[in-house]
Design a protein around this ligand. Sequence first.
Ligand SMILES: [Zn+2]
Length: 108
Amino acid sequence: MWNEFFFSAPRLKRDSLGRPFEISTTSLCTRCGKEPPVTARAADKIHAMGGPSIPVGICMRCALADPSLREEFIRFAKHRGEEFVKRMRAAVARPLETIDDFVARLRD
Ligand SMILES: [Zn+2]
């Protein structure tokens, strides 16, 4: 009964706005250890849209904070258009509020 409870636990959790929030249930960011890492699916999607290759195992906040990735994020943002640039600059300056929104858009 306990095994069944643990193994059938839903993998989809919801964030504070009730959107489905895909997280890894087994690991945290290998850099900060505080947030779930970017999923392989989200990383693939960012890369497919012309964005940087986010290293496996790190969260979006650490990816945006990484100097070597930041250049690529800015370039990616310019490529995606002015509105996106504003959002990404806001994300770089104030990561916490905007990253969830950014990642949520990638899932649409
Ligand atoms: Zn992190």
